[in-house]
Design a protein around this ligand. Sequence first.
Ligand code: CA
Ligand code: CA
Ligand code: CA
Length: 247
Amino acid sequence: MGFALTFKGSTFSLQITGSGKMKKIFGIGFSIFMMLSVFLITSVVAGPVIFDNGLPDYLNGYASDIHTTSKVADDFILLEGSNTIADIHWWGIYGTAATNTPPDIDDFTIRFYITNPDTGEPAADYLEEILVGNNVNREGTGEFISKVHDYEVFSYWVDIDPLVLDADTQYWLTIINDTTSDSDDYWFWATSSYETGNGLWRYADEPWQGTNSEFAFQLTAVPEPSTLLLLGTGLIGLAGFRRKLRN
Ligand SMILES: [Ca+2]
Ligand SMILES: [Ca+2]
Ligand SMILES: [Ca+2]
């Protein structure tokens, strides 16, 4: 088995010499490489994570639902140059002690708050509100929190109009679902894999309470077009190469 790089017209081509079996093995390897390349592009399209508050720990969640009149807030700080949010990812479960029958429809509201310097808690009024409703990507993770029932943990993500925030500044994120129409379940924001944290929970307009937990969410940036173009060009080249391999 060998490789020969030739230059013909305006294009380079790579020719493989050797037995059919070797070519087949190389072809399979190449297909895997192509699949990985496509995956890489998908990752770039989603945008790089600019704040990572951890993945779910599959242990707990706090109700953040109009139906329970309660909400969860967690904080984040963005770095200079990575302070534009284009995409929000989070995790949660549905249930009560009696049931676990997730509704088909979600009605999420996402809000951003600055910090009240006097209390260190979210300011009274939000800075930005995003009425996501049911326009959210939702996917079962196949992983469960086992307390009373096996509550499946769902993953959610939504693209937003790019939101530019000040770098090196603390903000608070609230994610609230409204499952009022589903009488037997509430929505809970899943706790993250960080052991302790400063996530807050409040009932109605009562004072915020510390939870000693962090909540599972990630903020991602706008994809970088130059990186995309580079990868895209590479793929076109590879596609051409693959055609040559078949001939
Ligand atoms: Ca936090
Ligand atoms: Ca239900
Ligand atoms: Ca409900």
